[in-house]
Write a protein that binds this ligand. Sequence first.
Ligand code: ACO
Length: 171
Amino acid sequence: MTPDSQLDLLFNPSLIPSTIQEQLGPDLHLRPLASDDYKRGHFDVLSVLTAAPLLSPKAYKENFDELKACAGTYFIIVIVDVASDKIVGSGSVIVERKFLRAAGLVGHIEDIAVSKAVQGKKLGLRIINALEEIGRARGCYKIILDCSEKNIPFYEKCGFKHKEFQMVRYM
Ligand code: ACO
């Protein structure tokens, strides 16, 4: 596995609680997204969510740089299989600043994905726990997400409860 010190990471890895890394064990490594994670199978993992066409390495890096420039906003984490240096899980929390709640912060969880081969081994739960802790450390007063009906039991197991509805209009 490429050591974190040799990677261009999206945010400071100290925001990820060490307790969650301990729960994952030595064969898996939890870290922020890196600028060249396209070559570690980031798109393969995202393809469990929807068809995820590859970005060129240049477009991937440009997108990464744009997210990184929004300091304190985009927190994308990945779980890497240490032996193969391949990504097996990923998730994001995006931190939104409001005028309400004394200019409070809301965390939006997005794009939780675990490779089919390793689903059901608590990786999804660990990703959610890590994103929650990042949101807490940033000062979010709540964390919200949208999901399909079939994923409601998973998020309930993660401690979330059902509230309100999602609306969408595609452009
Ligand atoms: N229905 C019922 N229970 C479930 C489901 C489900 N669909 N998925 C997980 N669980 C339960 C597990 O049984 C486990 O329960 P336990 O603690 O009693 O054993 C608990 O939830 C934790 O499950 P994990 O093992 O952590 O789940 P996994 O690692 O497979 O990750 C995930 C779950 C992320 C939904 C994964 O299956 C996946 O990537 N699915 C395809 C992509 C997807 O739908 N992502 C979520 C989109 S919504 C969003 O991104 C905001």
